[in-house]
Structures are given as C-alpha cells and as structure tokens.
Design a protein around this ligand. Structure first.
Ligand code: SF4
Ligand code: SF4
Length: 195
C-alpha cells in the first residue's frame, strides 16, 4: 500500500468516515415525504376493477337476481362454489338458489364466476378486510353473500361496469366467460373472436 492510500485510510478511520457516509442516506430520507401508508388509519383508494370479496345482488325491487343456474359453479376453477336451486313456488318456471356457498379460502379471485353469470347476480366488491382466526367463518353462505352485495352495492355495480358486464348486451357478450368447447351447450354460441 502506498503512502497516499495509507494516509487516506487512517484519516477515514479517525474521522469515522463510514458512519458519516451511512448517516448521509438517513439525512436524505428525513426530508422526503413518507410513502408508507399508516394502515388501517389510512386507506388506499381501491380501483373499480379491483377483485375483492364476492357478493350476491338483488334487482331494484328487492328480488334476488340469482336464478340458481349453476353456471358460476361450473366456471369456477377452484371448485369453491356450491349452488342448490329449486323452483320458486310464487313465480312459475322461475328458479332461485335455495342455498349458495362460496368457500372464500379456496377462491383465487379470478372473476370467472362473475363473467359466467347470465343475470349479473354475482359481483366482486372492494371489500378485502375479512381476516379471521376461525377459518369456518370464511365459508360464505347465501345470507352473508347477499349482505355483502347490499353493503357494497355501489362498488359491485362499478365492478360490473369496469369489467364491461353491465354495458349494452352485445358489447358485454364479448367479455363473458365461455365454457371450453367440449362442454359448450348448443344454446350457447361462442363470440366472434372465439369462433
Ligand atoms: S372468483 Fe374465481 S375462484 Fe373465486 S369463486 Fe369465482 S370463479 Fe371461483
Ligand atoms: S349467481 Fe348467476 S351463474 Fe351463479 S347460479 Fe346464480 S344466476 Fe347462475
């Protein structure tokens, strides 16, 4: 080691150069605006297309939209939806879901069930705070799903709009989930871009 380098090293050691060098980064950050969110006191703005908890929706007159057709159950890749349906005795030929379950612990929030629903009875909301110590409470039943749908109705509508499902019928058709050809029913024709 030459004399210059040795002198530099001694001076750096005497003046605690490494400490000042590290403090420089600390001082720089003292004058920056913090970017950390103080959750849960501060909440982020969630975009309309966000895929949060699922909810079931009603029509404006209070009737349940769901007709118990099972399409959401068939479209779900996680097999976490169970629908049990029956004929509605008060409305001939009309079916409804007597029971509806979504095991949200298995849900991958893909949104296929929402796309598959022909009557927009299912929608995703901006609700994401449902952590719990009891996993059994994460099996959402029909009542809970309708409660979520009711409490987050505006967000659910925004979700459907953001995913092109509550625009005009033809436009929405292009964005719907289509079952693989092998299980495609003759009543369901694929959209132009898939045929
Ligand atoms: S979002 Fe996807 S995984 Fe979750 S219930 Fe719907 S289809 Fe199944
Ligand atoms: S939510 Fe939609 S797709 Fe699922 S059973 Fe009800 S009507 Fe059918």
């Amino acid at each position: 080691m030459n004399v210059g380098a040795l002198t530099k090293k001694v001076l750096q050691a005497a003046l605690f150069y490494e400490i000042w060098d590290a403090m420089k980064v600390t001082f720089q950050h003292m004058f920056h605006r913090p970017i950390t969110f103080q959750y849960p006191r501060e909440q982020r703005t969630i975009p309309d297309a966000h895929r949060g908890a699922l909810g079931l929706l009603r029509y404006d007159d209070g009737h349940e939209r769901c007709v118990g057709c099972d399409l959401c159950e068939a479209a779900c890749p996680s097999r976490c939806i169970k629908v049990i349906s029956a004929e509605d005795p008060s409305r001939p030929l009309q079916r409804y879901a007597t029971e509806f379950y979504i095991d949200i612990t298995k849900c991958v929030f893909c949104g296929y069930c929402v796309e598959a629903c022909p009557v927009n009875a299912l929608a995703m909301t901006k609700m994401y705070e449902f952590s719990t110590h009891d996993k059994r409470t994460l099996l959402f039943d029909k009542k809970r799903l309708y409660d979520i749908g009711e409490r987050h109705l505006d967000d659910a509508k925004k979700y459907l709009y953001a995913h092109n499902q509550e625009k005009n019928v033809e436009e929405s058709r292009e964005y719907r989930y289509y079952f693989p050809q092998s299980v495609l029913k003759s009543t369901q024709s694929p959209p132009k871009h898939l045929s």
